[in-house]
Design a protein around this ligand. Structure first.
Ligand code: TTP
Ligand code: MG
Length: 353
């Protein structure tokens, strides 16, 4: 069973502007182009949305809807910096991150929890981490697939958290209009409406033969979405940043012997991947304590990490930084790959695991 988070920050650009310029807080703020020069709205604060202002609308229209709106030009450098901060926070949880835009990403967190109920806690924690580190609010949807996670993150915006338990996908989507299905655009929506299908429930229950005769094979794809079925994987950025293995224990482990045993299993699991990847120079040990505090410790031994170095260095790093409290997870990763044929190390730095 997969577990996917869809994380989406609330009114991203305008929340950052309101954060950084206190005089804008509580006010209708429109981030975008110049209302006198055919600019369009990138986003609007929730105060401005109450007047009907939306993304992609001409700024001139926005000003007509709300003459008191304050127009702000976007500061992309800050938005990008926040986006990388978010990425680091996501990486505290998983390496399987598919960014959709600066403020939106899918995370595959399938290996993270011991039972389904725990994912809600993990998501709540991530929201807190985001608030603490960036002073911004995020909405998170949690589900067994991307489609449902995406709809769920939008369900109680802003500052929302919606968990759709496995098996309840179809029921959750049923009352929504078909355009809310990620994969059904405005044109498809029109075609469905012309056939009398407005709500997801209608599409889910339609006769499949009739759907094919009316729309062709795509009708069946739409119906799968309407039934909450979606196998698309979370696809991380292509660039290989790290090879890693990690393990969440069935129960917390506090004995050194047990932890060293787990560590040697991780080493053993990592070796085949090590053979397939380019040589890496940095070894990272990750430990998550029972209270979810997460510690990473990395070492760059001055030569590439060979199997032998891996086997020696992993327990040494562990000995140096474990504080004897019980752990719930341990992970090992190799990064900082030597990429050029001359054996020059890569020029970029790698973040946390
Ligand atoms: P969204 O996540 O779609 O919007 P949002 O974060 O402003 O609001 P919310 O998620 O709470 O509904 O887009 C993220 C940012 O991308 C947004 O702040 C501005 C930018 N953007 C545009 O520049 N043009 C657009 O048409 C859209 C939709 C977004
Ligand atoms: Mg957003």
């Amino acid at each position: 069973m997969r577990a996917i988070f869809h994380v989406d920050l609330d009114a991203f650009y305008s929340s950052i502007e309101q954060r950084d310029r206190p005089e804008l807080r509580g006010k209708p703020v429109v981030v975008g182009g110049d209302p006198d020069a055919r600019g369009v709205v990138a986003t609007a604060s929730y105060e401005a949305r109450r007047f009907g202002i939306q993304s992609a609308m001409p700024c001139r229209t926005a000003r007509r809807l709300c003459p008191d709106a304050i127009f702000v030009t976007p500061g992309f450098d800050v938005y990008r910096a926040v986006s990388s901060q978010l990425r680091e926070l996501f990486r505290e949880l998983t390496e399987i991150i598919e960014p959709i835009s600066l403020d939106e990403a899918f995370l595959d967190v399938s290996t993270l929890a011991r039972d389904q109920g725990e994912y809600e806690t993990v998501a709540r924690r991530l929201k807190e981490r985001i608030r603490d580190e960036t002073d911004l609010t995020a909405s998170i949807g949690v589900a067994a697939n991307k489609l449902v996670a995406k709809v769920a993150s939008d369900f109680r915006k802003p500052d929302g958290l919606t968990v759709v338990p496995a098996g309840r996908e179809r029921e959750f989507l049923a009352p929504l209009p078909v355009r809310r299905l990620f994969g059904i655009g405005p044109r498809s929506e029109e075609r469905l409406a012309a056939a009398g299908l407005h709500r997801v429930a209608q599409l889910a229950a339609a006769d499949s033969g009739w759907l094919v005769s009316r729309f062709g094979q795509v009708g069946l794809e739409w119906q799968r979405l309407a039934r909450g079925i979606d196998d698309r994987p979370v696809e991380p950025d292509r660039e290989l940043k790290q090879i890693s293995r990690e393990l969440t224990f069935p129960r917390d482990l506090g004995e050194r012997e047990d932890l060293l045993r787990v560590l040697s299993e991780l080493v053993r699991d990592l070796i085949p991947a090590l053979r397939d990847a380019p040589p890496g120079r940095t070894l990272t040990l990750k430990m998550r304590y029972a209270d979810w505090t997460t510690v990473t410790r990395r070492r760059t031994p001055g030569t590439v990490v060979t199997e032998r170095i891996l086997a020696e260095l992993a327990p040494r790093l562990f000995g140096e930084c474990w504080n004897e409290r019980p752990l719930r997870l341990m992970g090992l990763g190799i990064s900082n790959f030597v990429t050029s044929p001359e054996g020059q190390p890569a020029l970029f730095e790698f973040g946390d695991m």
